[in-house]
Design a protein around this ligand. Structure first.
Ligand code: B4P
Length: 195
């Protein structure tokens, strides 16, 4: 099984690259952001709760997010593997994911991190905000808050997976196709050697 965490700050291109990677490697895509947005659109209880955090650029609480992921894995488990896009985002989520996968006799293969300069991220998110209708992409203040939350709560995960020998950084600037080639190289190595 190939279980990949696609990591990086808001706007790094996780969703964009996940769409291409799942096709090439026949993996299942789990974007916690997409699942929250689906629930927001359908005005479920989970959606109403998630919206109150997402619109401010805050993280949805760990317990809510972990329960949602556990349900998803139960319903979509398969032998090929997963791209985890935007999850885990805290150490607590990483520990919960490790346990969920361990219970299914599998583990994370690799975290690949898209490295992009902050000015480029702001530019991409404000551009997306013009058409996405996403409240969290509309103002530079909210976007900057997302970066602050990322630095405080999410960035430490890089060290967590690095300590496990499961971390690769990838230059995330350039065209979508150029970045896809770099990511594919990392996935090819881990799928061929298990390293
Ligand atoms: P997410 O949905 O995960 O989204 P994201 O970080 O905004 O973006 P991503 O990195 O996927 O960028 P994309 O490809 O779209 O999170 C949204 C919110 O949900 C979070 O802030 C949080 O509140 C909540 N949430 C989600 N998961 C959570 C969790 N685990 N725990 C708690 N809360 C959680 O790319 C961005 C833009 O750049 C696009 O417009 C794209 O077209 C463009 N782009 C991509 N690649 C490009 C390139 N190479 N060059 C130029 N533009 C590019």
């Amino acid at each position: 099984m190939l279980n990949i965490i696609l990591f990086g700050p808001p706007g790094a291109g996780k969703g964009t690259q996940s769409a291409k990677l799942i096709e090439k490697y026949n993996l299942t895509h789990l974007s916690t952001g997409d699942v929250f947005r689906f629930n927001i659109k359908n005005e479920t209880d989970l959606g109403v709760l998630a919206k109150s955090f997402i619109d401010k650029g805050e993280l949805v609480p760990d317990e809510v997010t972990n329960d949602m992921v556990a349900d998803f894995l139960d319903q979509n488990f398969n032998d090929n593997g997963f791209i985890f896009d935007g999850y885990p985002r805290t150490i607590q989520q990483a520990d919960a994911l490790a346990k969920m996968l361990d219970d299914k006799n599998t583990t994370i293969s690799l975290m690949v991190a898209l490295e992009v300069e902050e000015d480029e991220l702001v530019k991409r998110l404000l551009e997306r905000g013009k058409t996405s209708g996403r409240a969290d992409d509309q103002s530079e203040d909210t976007i900057r808050n997302r970066f602050r939350v990322y630095q405080e709560e999410t960035a430490p995960l890089a060290m967590h997976y690095s300590d496990l020998g499961k971390y690769r950084g990838v230059h995330g600037m350039g065209s979508v196709d150029e970045i896809f080639v770099r990511l594919s190289h990392c996935l090819d190595i881990v799928s061929e050697t298990g390293e």
